[in-house]
Design a protein around this ligand. Structure first.
Ligand SMILES: CC(C)(COP(=O)(O)OP(=O)(O)OC[C@H]1O[C@@H](n2cnc3c(N)ncnc32)[C@H](O)[C@@H]1OP(=O)(O)O)[C@@H](O)C(=O)NCCC(=O)NCCS
Length: 194
């Protein structure tokens, strides 16, 4: 797919990033609280957000990435990010997501991830979507659970984060787990070409 749609949910618009998002991405991803449970660098270096955003089109065109800025439908404020890293040979996508700390606990991650899973299955034709989180980050696991993902196991000492080997939990969902009515007729998800 060479063009990414905008995904609309009840409260959010998930849209492609633009270079003008770079400052917000650096500020919000540079928050220690977001960095601590992701593989984002800390501190978040100047210039990285611009380089990362500029690299996204190529991934979209090659069909191995779908990255969305998560914004409030009301005023367009960027409050998070959600992306799939796609392995086309296996019709498989790895989910990643974050929400600005000031917006935690309002269901935004769940709303965004649901929309992205639905997009991955119904539009990108994926067979499997999976995600990992640090075991010490149960909020992320709860988001995955609420989105219908199944806990598949724990990988011990799988990632070295800031010098410490960390356990991670892995979750997955298969396309056949999602009822067709939700995949193709959800009123909460619409696709608007950009
Ligand atoms: C994880 C994260 C995305 C959650 O975002 P959010 O918008 O607050 O998520 P939601 O509000 O949709 O859902 C959070 C759920 O976790 C629950 N939760 C929060 N803290 C929890 C904890 N310590 N233990 C268990 N559940 C917890 C909330 O109660 C809520 O579940 P509920 O609706 O059943 O009450 C956000 O905290 C974040 O961006 N963290 C930093 C980056 C990150 O860890 N990303 C995920 C990497 S895999």
């Amino acid at each position: 797919m060479d063009q990414q749609p905008v995904l609309a949910t009840d409260r959010l618009l998930l849209r492609p990033y633009t270079l003008s998002d770079a400052r917000a991405v650096q500020r919000l991803c540079g928050d220690y609280a977001v960095s601590a449970t992701t593989l984002l660098p800390y501190p978040y270096p100047d210039g990285l957000a611009e380089v990362w955003i500029a690299s996204l089109d190529e991934g979209t065109e090659r069909g191995n990435a779908a990255a969305f800025a998560v914004t409030l439908a009301g005023d367009g404020t960027l409050i998070g990010g959600a992306r799939l890293r796609i392995e086309p040979d296996h019709a498989r996508g790895e989910l990643g997501f974050w929400v600005a700390k000031t917006c935690w606990g309002r269901g935004y991650a769940t709303e965004a991830v649901r929309a992205l899973i639905e997009y991955g299955f119904s539009v990108l034709g994926l067979h499997r979507i999976h995600a990992m989180h640090f075991s010490r980050n149960p909020a992320s696991g709860r988001v995955m659970e609420k989105c219908g993902m199944v806990h598949e196991g724990r990988l011990r000492g799988h990632i070295k984060k800031w010098g410490v080997y960390e356990d991670v939990d892995i979750w997955g969902i298969l396309s056949e787990q999602v009822p067709p009515t939700r995949m193709y007729a959800s009123p909460a998800l619409s696709r608007v070409p950009v």
